[in-house]
Design a protein around this ligand. Structure first.
Ligand SMILES: Cc1cc2nc3c(=O)[nH]c(=O)nc-3n(C[C@H](O)[C@H](O)[C@H](O)COP(=O)(O)OP(=O)(O)OC[C@H]3O[C@@H](n4cnc5c(N)ncnc54)[C@H](O)[C@@H]3O)c2cc1C
Length: 382
């Protein structure tokens, strides 16, 4: 039992920490305010190799592991969550399905550009009418000769409409199983395919410098070989992708929670009330101590889930616990950090205002807190 980082992981964490402070922090507030995608920051993250972290070198990856990705996400989110979710979705939802389930041709075509960060991909599971109940997918794909004809729509798809987005993978009903249940499969749809429309970006509460769109497919035709993995394995594929993704979202949530501690200590040392810095008051110190306790325990939870995953052991319950706990404490910490900042905490110029707006989605995206509880209870045999 040793939760200390290896030298490689430590070096990665430190370099991403420096990058977040020196490159992301100075420019992100402007992007956040203007709702613009930070292409230049993303390009530099690509040059650092962040998009290739958990992939083998064979496809242009860095030969690292999923834990390395989590460390990078934590450090980015400590400064800003829009860039962190862009990386999380690009790697764990965009490239990973191709890496895990794709044919050699699909890997050779898509992975090198996705792993370099030069291109992005989205993962379309959620639909306007169904999210948590992903088995309720309504989008249909029918095989017509050597083409899939796709009809339906997807909601809230991250990284699906940037200038560098090259494709989305979508889950669709491709038939009926012998037991009467829907047969779900996953299909790659390149950007620009006729019949595939990307709606203008949503107006969001947070993550405003990240890219999110509704997608529609209207008799959209793609070659039969764009099927990802086996026909009918769509459900199993996204369950696997989401299990891993939960660890990554937990890491991102820990980063936000830790960023709240950082900003609170700084502000409490500067802000004077009743003749002294507010950080001298025990009420403020206790808030910060509680915030640190929460960030620390949530970090241990995601380290544990990641360690189990890398050891090839079952990790579903631990990933759900990590995601549930980390997102809960991220919201707690954002609320307390805002409180410590008083009225300035409600002003967008302070990072804690961004943290507050960015925290809530962590209890919703990649499985709501209720869904995490369902997973944990089910794994306990209930
Ligand atoms: C900014 C953003 C980015 C996103 N990016 C992506 C993406 O890239 N790809 C993608 O596929 N999706 C994406 N999503 C979708 C996200 O994963 C879903 O919003 C989420 O899974 C919840 O689904 P829903 O919104 O349909 O809520 P619903 O499923 O309608 O849930 C509504 C409420 O009911 C609760 N509920 C549902 N069922 C039960 C139950 N059985 N018991 C108790 N409570 C229940 C939920 O917990 C929730 O509180 C994104 C969402 C956002 C907002």
């Amino acid at each position: 039992m040793d939760f200390r980082l290896s030298e490689e992981h430590q070096a990665l964490r430190d370099s991403v920490r420096d990058f977040a402070r020196e490159v992301v922090a100075p420019v992100i507030a402007e992007h956040y305010e203007q709702h613009t995608f930070p292409y230049e920051v993303i390009r530099q993250m690509g040059k650092m190799g962040l998009f290739g972290l958990p992939f083998s070198e064979e496809y242009g990856g860095m030969g690292g592991d999923y834990f390395a990705l989590c460390l990078a996400l934590e450090e980015l989110a400590r400064v800003d969550s829009s860039v962190a979710i862009t990386l999380e979705a690009a790697v764990s939802l965009g490239a990973m399905p191709i890496y895990r389930f794709g044919t050699e041709e699909q890997k050779a075509r898509w992975l090198p550009k996705l792993l370099s960060g030069e291109a992005l991909a989205g993962f379309g599971l959620t639909e306007p009418g169904t999210g948590s109940d992903a088995g309720g997918t309504e989008t249909r794909a029918v095989l017509d000769g050597d083409e899939w004809v796709i009809n339906g729509s997807k909601a809230f798809i991250t990284n699906s409409g940037t200038d560098i987005t090259v494709m989305v993978t979508v889950t669709a009903v491709t038939g009926t199983r012998p037991d009467g249940a829907k047969e779900l499969s996953t299909i790659i749809v390149p950007s620009g395919t006729p019949g595939f429309t990307v709606a203008p970006g949503y107006s969001k509460v947070g993550w405003t410098a990240s890219d999110t769109h509704e997608l529609t497919f209207d008799d959209c035709r793609v070659p039969a070989e764009n099927l990802l993995g086996e026909r009918g394995r769509g459900f199993a594929q996204f369950l696997r992708i989401l299990d891993e993704g939960r660890i990554a979202i937990a890491a991102l949530a820990v980063g936000l929670a830790q960023g709240c501690v950082d900003e609170s200590i700084k502000y409490a040392g500067e802000r004077q009330a009743f003749g002294q810095p507010i950080g001298n008051y025990q009420a403020i110190q206790f808030k910060v101590a509680d915030m640190e306790m929460k960030a620390h325990t949530a970090r241990l939870a995601y380290y544990d889930a990641a360690a189990r995953m890398l050891a090839g052991e079952p990790f579903k319950r631990q990933a759900a616990i990590a995601k549930l706990h980390a997102s809960t404490i991220a919201v707690d910490n954002a609320r307390e950090a805002t409180q410590i900042h008083g009225g300035y905490g409600f002003m967008n110029e302070y990072p804690v205002a961004r943290f507050w707006r960015d925290s809530k989605i962590l209890e919703i995206g990649e499985g709501t807190s209720e869904v995490q509880r369902m997973i944990i209870a089910r794994d306990l045999g209930m």
